[in-house]
Design a binder for this molecule. Structure first.
Ligand code: F0G
Length: 345
């Protein structure tokens, strides 16, 4: 029924807030027994790729856009590694306001670029990485008085907490381990705040350990210093100076969790496992979660029999190029039954 309808009473929604709804949220929580057995845990995947624009960003964007409209915003602006721009562009189109998106040139997955363009956003490709694009977008928002819908916008984080609320409702408890990819570090911070809410409300009695996974080439929270030149195949999390670094550190510290880095090869391997042993196609950044859990298992840091939830933040279809680069080609045949029989081996 959409995040604002389902959780309006727990969000800063008033009589004056326009009702914006693309039926975001309420995403599936799927149990993955074949993969879970190998890890020795009860494994669940939260399929955030099932949101209307194909990523978790819609949860926070719906509130950010509703509040922007409430405040009379003329236009939206954001910087993005791809998903924020797809989401912002979708909601801007839905409510009928202009949207400007700044993208790091050549580093945005094909599907995400197609989304921003087809939703009718003005797409500006900058020479520089996401961190630079974010600085530029913030300045543009100020000069032009546009609504800034990156996660520096507090409403984004507030409404992203709904993911944690849903998990607690579905499981009837908090997981032991919460595995999540970390880029700008907002989602991990929002989930932690969401779990704490659920405990205050009495929906859960324990809190999960927050396990944040970054790509090795863009892992400022693991190395504890900004990364001036982030690089990874998981372009969604190709970020060197996370805006919510402090909140994320707090989440990990308070929950007894950890940040860990995974390599691009480990991410790609996890993507294949999720697809072939789970029937789930998630984009590379999302697969950092499974890559991370495998790593924890190998270093004996994954308690046997625990309940683990992975946040699969984006749909695999967003980045077909990366997926195709690691699988074979279709078998080509003519149109005879003989050829078909030969191919069916
Ligand atoms: N997974 C996906 C698929 C993402 O798109 C992002 C961030 C993250 C994980 C990391 O979440 O930033 O809250 O730590 N994407 C942003 C964007 C930066 O512009 O789409 P985070």
């Amino acid at each position: 029924m959409g995040v604002l309808k389902r959780y309006g009473a727990k969000l800063p929604v008033t009589d004056k807030t326009p009702s914006v709804n693309l039926e975001e949220g309420s995403t599936p929580l799927v149990r993955l027994d074949r993969i879970g057995e190998k890890l020795g845990v009860e494994l669940w995947a939260k399929l955030e790729g099932c949101n209307p624009s194909g990523s978790f960003k819609d949860r926070g964007m719906v509130l950010a856009v509703a509040k922007a409209l409430e405040d009379g915003a003329r236009a939206l602006v954001c910087a993005s590694t791809g998903n924020t721009s797809a989401s912002a562009a979708a909601y801007a189109a839905h409510v009928g306001v202009p949207c400007y998106v700044l993208l790091p040139s050549g580093k945005v997955a094909l599907g995400k670029l197609a989304q921003a363009l087809i939703y009718g956003a003005k797409v500006i490709s900058i020479e520089g990485n996401f961190d630079r694009a974010l600085d530029m977008a913030r300045e543009a928002a100020e000069v032009r008085s546009f609504a800034m819908v990156n996660s520096v916008n507090p409403y984004r984080l507030i409404a992203q907490k709904t993911g944690a609320w849903e998990i607690c409702e579905s499981l009837g408890k908090a997981p032991d381990i919460h595995a999540i990819p970390v880029g700008n570090a907002c989602n991990i911070s929002a989930y932690w705040a969401g779990y704490r809410d659920a405990r205050v409300w009495g929906n859960i009695t324990s809190l999960p350990r927050m396990m944040g996974f970054q790509a090795e080439g863009a892992s400022p929270l693991v190395t504890n210093k900004p990364c001036p030149d982030p690089e990874t195949i998981a372009t969604a999390i190709r970020i060197g100076n996370p805006v919510s670094a402090e909140l994320a550190r707090e989440a990990v510290r308070e929950s007894g969790g950890e940040f860990n880095a995974v390599t691009d090869d480990e991410i790609l391997n996890a993507q294949l496992i999720l697809a072939k042993d789970g029937g789930i196609f998630a984009e590379p950044a999302s697969c950092a979660t499974l890559a991370g859990l495998i790593k924890l298992k190998e270093s004996r840091k994954l308690p046997e029999g625990s309940t683990a939830v992975m946040i699969l933040t984006g749909n695999g279809l967003k980045d077909p190029d990366t997926a195709l680069s690691q699988v074979g080609k279709p078998i080509k045949i003519g149109s005879t039954l003989e050829e078909l029989m030969e191919a069916l081996v």
